[in-house]
Write a protein that binds this ligand. Sequence first.
Ligand SMILES: [Zn+2]
Length: 456
Amino acid sequence: MMPRSSLLVRHIHTLAPMDGRHTVLHGASLYCADGEIRQVIASGGKLPKADRVIRGDHAVAIPGLVNTHHHLYQTLTRAYGPAADAELFDWLRVLYPIWARLDEDAVHAAALAGMAELLFSGCTTTTDHHYVFPRGHGNLLDVEIEAARRIGIRFHPTRGSMSVGQSQGGLPPDSVVESEDRILEECERAIGKHHDPAPGAMLRIALAPCSPFSVSPRLMRASAELARRHGVRLHTHLAETRDEERYCLEHFGKRPLDLLEDAGWLAADAWLAHGIYFNRSEIARLGRAGVGIAHCPTSNMRLGSGCAPVLALRRAGCPVGLGVDGGASNDSSHMLAEARQALLLQRLRHGAAALGVRDALRMATVEGARCLGRDDIGTIEPGKRADIALFDLRGLSYSGAGDAVSALLLCAPERVDTLVIDGRVVVEGGELQTIRLEPLIARHRRLAAKLVVTDL
Ligand SMILES: [Zn+2]
């Protein structure tokens, strides 16, 4: 049967499919049809005809990067002076009242801006953890989903939530929390309206109560029950700081992971952001359960939170993906830079041999995909979705580089040259093909200035 659309990426200089065998191909071509990779053709092989042909002889190609933790709305409050040098709890206390003013227009522009940055960094799939829903400010989840469709990124938004405000002993002000009944209703509505369980899906919903210091154990348990009724995944922040650990011991008499297990979350359908403060037996329990971890090295260093036990978590059996975590605690959305940070941070702690460049790239691709419950993305192989990132080797950053794959992380983080998502060319020649960038920057800047006083 003739495909509806086809794409040939021809004669790729260096192709790293991340297929688990450390394969590297030179001069290979990729034939994609109807959004799927159909053939990997070795150098010299006969090339099929395609509707669209892209040259790859100047580029290194890898699977599109997978971002497993983010808060896109925070791009509006990045590098905010009063929060610039704070640790997590103080950083949150400064920013919550500003985020209480978010509306649909702001969230839409923030999502587009963060997604554009992700695309430029070679990212083809992202999640988003949106948990601020001020009453009467519109439907903030729906507008970010509209932004993802418009820009063309594969999207796993989570319906986040906060239900325990300061008056109940929580950290956030009461102005940014919702009732638990409303949260659960909205979660169910979001799943019914948007979730696509089919293979190759461009959009899947997950449920994401925010953190132990902003939701109740009851909401954690109810979210897990609701997620399992509908076959969607679960996400939350856990073991990010010592302050969080102290909060859990003081308020619940339990360590964060025990709280999580009591709520029914210690299972392979959950993935956790950060996972820094786990002890040895907790790491073994997480590994046995197959819980995913979104490692966010830049945010962890920026807020001085700590260094996650990435090697031990991977050895225990946890899929460990990478997350750029938050426009306001990174303060960027560059996935290649995040993989570089992950590599450097583990090497600082454990030595240069402890984590290879290809291991860091596996976390940024196939292990991230596992965190999101996907086996149809994260590698370049026949039958997988056509999510491919090509970086131009001809620029100054890579001049003199001996190994193209190592150059991706050891040299300065580059901007993607060509990005294919589900067979569609979304970035070409370093330019976004789906939206115009300059008007977006002007709009994003204007809406940020409405929220906070900026110098820019
Ligand atoms: Zn986060």
